[in-house]
Design a binder for this molecule. Structure first.
Ligand SMILES: C[S@@+](CC[C@H](N)C(=O)[O-])C[C@H]1O[C@@H](n2cnc3c(N)ncnc32)[C@H](O)[C@@H]1O
Length: 187
């Protein structure tokens, strides 16, 4: 199977998330990443997931129950811009973002740069040493390019003394393939 953005993100997450860890899914959507993180942290770990749409919580709840993972996750109907209310600074192994709209949902409700940038900055303060922020930026189509451009500019401002920012793109794939971003907290 061809490598895709999600596949690269999962490689990083597998490297950095320990059993018993704490993770945040900042854009729960249909819950695929929430479920993946629940598997990674194991029975002793915990995942806190955010979305602003009840439909996303309902889908994620159903997926986690089907997979027997419901006990490992806390689902919040809340903006990821408030994620600092959910965990202590320096306590989180990984924060995952999938920017864009709910797959199979309302395409007029999607992530916006004002809140996404606040959320990225808060995610950085929550990371443990060696923690990671994985973000997939979906762009083009109904979402447009404003958020992509604002996020890519903002990434340049992140303190290189403490974080390494890596941006990957599929240079030879047509259309607007999603962009994977990794922010590694290095000490
Ligand atoms: C591309 S989808 C996420 C896909 C998800 N990872 C999955 O596995 O299905 C983006 C999600 O972000 C949510 N969202 C938009 N603005 C948000 C915000 N400020 N805080 C949290 N979630 C938000 C949308 O409702 C949508 O469900």
């Amino acid at each position: 199977m061809k490598l895709n953005t999600l596949g690269i993100a999962h490689l990083f997450l597998e490297q950095r998330v320990p059993k018993g860890g704490l993770c945040i899914d900042a854009t729960m959507g249909r819950g695929k990443d929430t479920a993946f993180l629940c598997e990674l942290v194991g029975e002793e770990g915990r995942v806190i997931a955010f979305d602003i749409q009840q439909e996303a919580l309902d889908s994620t709840e159903a997926l986690l129950r089907e997979k027997g993972l419901r006990e490992r996750a806390e689902l919040r109907l809340q903006s990821h811009a408030e994620m600092d209310t959910a965990a202590e600074p320096g306590s989180v192994d990984a924060v995952v973002f999938n920017f864009g709209y709910l797959p199979g949902g309302d395409h007029t409700i999607f992530t916006h740069p004002e809140t996404s940038i606040v959320a990225i900055d808060k995610a950085l303060t929550l990371l443990k040493d060696h923690g990671v922020v994985c973000a997939c930026i979906y762009h083009g189509g109904d979402t447009g390019y404003e958020e992509r451009d604002a996020l890519l500019e903002h990434l340049k401002t992140i303190d290189p003394k403490h974080y390494t920012v890596l941006v990957t793109d599929f240079r030879n794939r047509p259309g607007d393939p999603p962009i994977a971003v990794f922010i590694l907290k290095e000490v």
